[in-house]
Design a protein around this ligand. Sequence first.
Ligand code: NA7
Length: 541
Amino acid sequence: MNDGGTEQGAPDVLDALIVGAGFNGVYQLYRLREEGYSVRLFDAAAELGGIWYWNCYPGARVDSHVPNYEFSLPQVWEDWNWTERFPSGEELLAYFRHVDQKLDISKDVRFNTRVVAAEYDDEHNYWHVRTEDGHEVRARFFIPCLGFAAKSFTPDLPGLNQFSGPCHHTAHWPRTGVDFTGKRVGVIGTGASGVQVIQEAAKVAIHTTVFQRTPMLALPMQQRCYTVEDMAEMKRDYPEIFRRRNNGSSSFYDLVPDPRSAMEASPQERTEVFEAAWQRGGFSFWAGTFSDILYNEESNMEAYRFWRNKTRARVRDPVLAEKLAPTEPPHPFGSKRPSLEQGYYEIFNQQNVTLVDLRDTPITAVSAHGVECADVGHELDVLVLATGFDAGTGGFSQIDIHGTGSLTLAQAWSEGVRTHLGYAVPGFPNMLILYGPQSPTAFCNGPTCAEVQGEWVVSCLNYMREAGTVRIEATDDAASSWVEHMHDMADMTLLSRAQSWYMGANVPGKRRELLFHPGVRIYLEQGRTCAENGYSGFQFA
Ligand code: NA7
């Protein structure tokens, strides 16, 4: 292994140091190396996989179906066959091992290495990066590929550390597993992770207690198994699918909404479009019905009513049905990311599953033996914290990043995130961010962003190499325009109406702002225009 400046034979200064071995980091390493750059990647995990390495809780599964959720590189897909349309966390880790075999990634990765600081040397134009174990490297470009969920969020519940049984956040699940069989399992949180854990717990636990604060407007996954023959059939269309995915209006090649407003369609047409999307499953009902579902309140309400009626029909007890799928929407449909479920609502018909509505009875304390809600004790053997992430910016707050003049990233973002196109921050030359805040990230998906944003960064570095420039920095004006554009996007949509992690609103005290760009097509166009205009909004030296 060769770490840039600290080991024999290594270049004095690397061309690029990447942080994070998920889809974005892996693609970036592969492509930059292919273009002839000296590049290394550091990751705190023991193997490739990013989020799939850490979130190894029971039932972990991706919510973006393949082939949207895989690399488009033929040498990777030609001899890889998925067994499910929405692969499990384990299958995704196996995929990363296959990618490693094909692209020879690990030889340039330092695993078990947490980056704790990065400082820009203004005089020599390189980044000085330090790791938790005292390792140091220098690199011309610092490329954080941290993902949007690098920092978990655990609420400050009184007595939480008193609980005597196993208690784990879904993002820090023990790799040796936790057996739910015959146990009384409590799950706090009903986001994507909560729904998945609850589905698994309800199969084997003697009792499952679900602590719900906001009802999750979950959608049927409509999972399908794939045979090798199915995959061979699908692969005939792969080149065209990937072309559409990487150039398209959404990062899902097959989620194409009816261009009309839902209110322009007749009630019967509307129901037919909704029903077809429901049957297709996954995010179809969220992003593949009518173009204005996330923009127009009336259209949104039509989608909510359809969802509510379908969901309530699955729950026998009308009181429970009202808690799970309320008459009035808790927030506009889809303004929080919908979880994909596989029999989630039927679980509440089981005798051994209890729903605790935290709106009626909030958690007052956690004790050695369970969770107390407004003086009612719920006895538990295992407690699962499915309470989400400090999304988008949390990962950055875990690294002490200094730009020019000792400006810290925390200072630069103290009045809100400021980037140009999500790629760069004024005052932080040669730091190029992938899959971060103010880019599509959570409205796109890892592999697609890795390729479309990744190619933008590769082209930018090549442009600089050809022009003989060594330093790129976003201008202040460009960042101000991008911030304004993000505000406009928030105002145009219904997204700002929910207390979601898209808005940074799930973490107490965090600034409320739209963290991700919801218009992939607009975003890609802006990136292309910027590059065609000689990287407008950036200054070079
Ligand atoms: P999410 O979607 O942020 O879900 C977190 C859940 O935890 C959600 O139901 C929260 O309720 C709940 N929560 C958070 N704090 C509390 C407190 N203090 N008390 C009770 N309940 C609480 O995280 P996930 O890990 O499920 O999913 C994140 C994304 O990762 C997912 O969408 C995929 O894209 C991958 P709330 O809704 O805020 O009332």
